[in-house]
Design a protein around this ligand. Structure first.
Ligand SMILES: Cc1ncc(COP(=O)(O)O)c(C=O)c1O
Length: 416
């Protein structure tokens, strides 16, 4: 069988996640993955191991401490390699929101009165508010607005907004509502012509395939590890040549010790260490599906990413087709996924029922999802959707099954 024909072995995938055997969860279809994903056994084991024997102050010479420090370093190195960065470019903070908040405080030094900062109205608020606050430092805030008909951020619009005064552009790689994958590489190329720093939010992208940050050419990139099968942490990547120049946000004596300069208080030790479990899980996925043991780690990850993408397309396309066929439903974003141009994060509203009511119906039928604005309230406002009632969001990931999607469509069809 050529690697193009290999299908994700969904039974194997699900066997790696203890949640799917747990009495509390096992009867549910879990469709709230864009809010946070379950973790594989390997993450639980790594966390457990750290807590039992190495939960001491790391980096001393006694073995428990030495191993703690080694595991924390190993986790950082693995994630650097996973996204094609180096370990001095990786910050593991409490969440994406906190990482972006700290980054925006560090980038303040760049801003002079009259400079411009571009934010979008498609992003989650985590990649908007910190940049809008730069108004206090004299920046003019410019909004790159989504197209009301396509719900997309059109690059032609960006070209009208960006200029030599633009110092920062904050844009999502994939909206947690619209689901489209924005062409971050093209966006970065345009921005760099004006020496603009690009901050890409990959929170809704990374769960569907770890990115190659060098290929994307972004200056900063962030995602939330609790949505990529890990504990509640956020990863921030920053280009080393920029990172090393940023003013220190940590203890004064840590001046020049980037990337810690952007990690006040340091990472959560046990959770950082448990990220090794994500690596082990992806390695297991690779070894279960592919036989070439000589491939480099980064290339193995890409292979697994492709496998996942194909499976997610098969999950999402039937639901997208069903929702877009109904006249009483407003589907947000693209009607199909082709060549990874969309995440399987599918939002909609109904002309007949409130999102809250639909959410209740789905919950009654053991479908875990919710109605909300998911902190992308500017996006909902732009789409004329009440941000209190919000959208229904069905967010899938590679451990969802085609059977679950069929059942979801049946329930929607019967009840709406
Ligand atoms: C697209 C997007 N960006 C940013 C965030 C904020 O992430 P965190 O919860 O890690 O602060 C979220 C959280 O849901 C998100 O969906």
């Amino acid at each position: 069988m050529t690697s193009e024909n290999i299908k994700l072995d969904i039974d194997y995938v699900r066997s790696q996640f203890p949640a799917f055997k747990d009495p509390l969860c096992k009867d549910w279809s879990f469709f709230e993955n864009a809010g946070g994903s379950y973790v594989p056994q390997q993450v639980v084991d790594q966390l457990n191991k750290f807590m039992v024997s190495t939960k001491v102050q790391p980096y001393a010479e006694y073995p428990m401490s030495k191993i703690a420090g080694n595991n924390m370093d190993k986790a950082t190195e693995i994630f650097a390699e996973m996204i094609n960065a180096n370990k001095k470019e990786i910050i593991i903070g409490g969440s994406t929101s906190i990482n972006l908040y700290v980054l925006s405080n560090a980038l303040r030094y760049l801003i002079k009165r009259g400079d411009e900062v571009i934010v979008t109205n498609q992003d989650h608020e985590a990649n908007i508010s910190p940049w809008r606050r730069l108004k206090e430092s004299g920046a003019n805030i410019v909004e790159w607005k989504i197209d009301k008909n396509t719900h997309e951020l059109e690059i032609s619009e960006l070209k009208k907004l960006i200029n030599n005064k633009t110092k920062i552009l904050a844009v999502t790689h994939c909206s947690n509502i619209v689901g489209s994958v924005n062409d971050l590489k093209e966006i970065s190329k345009i921005a760099h012509k004006y020496n603009t720093i690009v901050i890409g939010d990959g929170v809704s992208y990374a769960p569907h395939g770890f990115p190659d940050v060098k290929d994307l050419e972004v200056d900063f990139y962030t995602f939330s590890l609790y949505k990529t099968y890990g504990p509640h942490l956020g990863l921030l990547y920053g280009k080393e040549k920029i990172l090393k120049k940023l003013p220190n946000q940590n203890h004064q004596f840590l001046e020049n010790q980037y990337p810690y300069t952007l990690n006040p208080g340091g990472p959560n030790h046990e959770e950082l260490s448990s990220l090794i479990g994500i690596y082990e899980y992806f390695e297991n996925l690779y070894n279960h599906h592919f036989s070439n043991k000589k491939l480099k780690f980064f290339d193995r990850i890409q292979k697994v990413n492709n496998l996942i993408a194909k499976h997610e397309e098969n999950l999402a396309n039937p639901l997208l087709k069903y929702l877009s066929s109904r006249k009483d439903i407003k589907l947000i974003g693209k009607k199909t996924i082709k060549n990874k141009d969309r995440a399987p994060t599918i939002s909609f509203t109904s002309k007949k029922h409130s999102s809250k009511k639909i959410s209740k119906i789905l919950n009654k039928n053991f479908i875990a999802t919710r109605n909300d604005n998911f902190y992308a309230w500017r996006c909902l406002n732009a789409l004329d959707i009440n941000s209190d009632d919000g959208v229904i969001r069905i967010s899938m990931t590679h451990y969802n099954t085609e059977k679950e999607v069929k059942n979801l469509i049946k329930i929607l069809d019967k009840n709406l």
